[in-house]
Design a protein around this ligand. Structure first.
Ligand code: 5GP
Ligand code: ZN
Length: 112
């Protein structure tokens, strides 16, 4: 599978991992857009939120449930933002579903 995030999930490309369970992996973004910028991915290759299917119900819930766990580990108790870019117009550059978890400072209210 020629996918950067699948390779990170398989340990073939190094990443600064902050959280891992059976379904998900969270690691620091290589080009942080905020003081804390972590990417949370499913270990299964799913292209984007637009490609989630009924059979992914457990993965989808596990991903959301991992958000507070990652936030606690970083820590981000003063708040954070969760963003998932989808497709061309959404600005997605890596076609493997991921949530950006951003924080560590007061973020701008405007979404680009
Ligand atoms: P997107 O633009 O698809 O929403 O987000 C992709 C993110 O993946 C970007 O923020 C980019 O910096 C990050 N990224 C791309 N390649 C790598 C990599 O090899 N390692 C890590 N840790 N992050 C990456
Ligand atoms: Zn992948």
């Amino acid at each position: 599978m020629d996918c950067i995030f699948c390779k990170i999930a398989a340990g073939q490309i190094p990443a600064k991992v902050v959280y891992e369970d059976e379904f998900c992996l969270a690691f620091h973004d290589i080009a942080p857009q905020a003081p804390v910028h972590v990417l949370l991915i499913p270990k299964k290759h799913i292209v984007s939120a637009a490609n989630l299917a009924e059979e992914d119900a457990e993965i989808a819930s596990r991903l959301l449930l991992a958000v507070p766990k990652v936030a606690k580990l970083l820590p981000l108790e003063e708040g954070f933002r969760v963003v998932s870019n989808v497709g061309e117009n959404g600005g997605q550059t890596v076609p493997h579903l991921h949530f950006h978890i951003l924080g560590g400072s007061k973020l701008s209210a405007v979404m680009a």
